[in-house]
Write a protein that binds this ligand. Structure first.
Ligand SMILES: [Zn+2]
Ligand SMILES: [Zn+2]
Length: 244
């Protein structure tokens, strides 16, 4: 999310360090191909009833390189390349997601006969978090509050990608309400100053047990609402005035 420098291990082909990419053993070096005389091409004349045609084809002996290796390097078998494990430090930019492809210049396979190396492509997988979910540049999570916090309002602490942060529960918040912490989402790839939001769904928990004191207070409240209910006969139920 926030970017990081990370060490990775890769396997790629490098120029053989024994023969320096020539593919030849010791100082023998490649020699000029006897078949094509170093041209890398052979000409074949074909006679037909319409005349004589000359075709040019890659030399079958040296495969077009113009040189042959009489005594191949034992380390690379004459290929001039060797498989190497390498540790690399790569820079992960902020805002990447699973499937993001990073290009690392010149860390691909080495070219033939000491030619320039290609590029390395790194595909990223972002690990999930136990309680925070990612939805594009937004973060989603759930938090439970008790019924008194939902009715009266409160400020609680919630987990965000920036660590614990205060979340204000407004008085009268309904179960399933979604509260927003602006700017606490994922940085935008390429413009990390801009960030998404953190959306928090509220679960309201009701007590399964109440002690004697709580019951008395709740009954007083119920009586209060029942009395109000009589003044407003169109509202039904004990809590009609509160939840209606
Ligand atoms: Zn070699
Ligand atoms: Zn040849």
């Amino acid at each position: 999310m926030f970017g990081q420098e990370k060490e990775i291990q890769i396997r790629h082909l490098e120029t053989c360090s024994t023969c320096n990419g020539s593919g030849a053993k010791g100082s023998s070096g490649p020699t000029t191909c006897g078949t094509c005389g170093g041209a890398g091409q052979v000409r074949r004349a074909t006679r037909t009833p319409f005349g004589s045609f000359t075709q040019v084809a890659p030399c079958p002996t040296c495969e077009g390189s113009g040189q042959v290796i009489a005594d191949p390097c034992t380390a690379c078998g004459g290929q001039g390349l060797q498989q190497v494990r390498k540790k690399l430090r790569i820079n992960i930019p902020a805002g990447v997601d699973t499937g993001t492809r990073l290009r690392v210049s010149n860390e691909g396979n080495a070219g033939q006969r000491g030619g320039p190396a290609g590029d390395l492509y790194v595909f990223l997988t972002v690990q999930s978090h136990p309680s925070l979910r990612r939805d594009g540049i937004n973060i989603q999570s759930e938090v439970a509050v008790n019924y008194l916090q939902a009715i009266l309002g409160d400020t609680i602490e919630v987990d965000t990608v920036d660590g614990p942060a205060p979340l204000e529960i407004p008085a009268g918040t309904q179960p399933g309400a979604v509260l927003t912490l602006s700017g606490k989402g994922v940085p935008k790839l390429g413009n990390p100053v801009a960030r998404g939001n953190h959306l928090i769904s509220l679960k309201v928990q009701l007590p399964t047990k109440t002690n004697a004191e709580e019951r008395e207070l709740l009954q007083q409240l119920a009586g209060h609402h029942s009395a109000r209910g009589q003044k407003h006969p169109h509202k039904s139920g004990l809590f009609g005035g509160l939840f209606g």
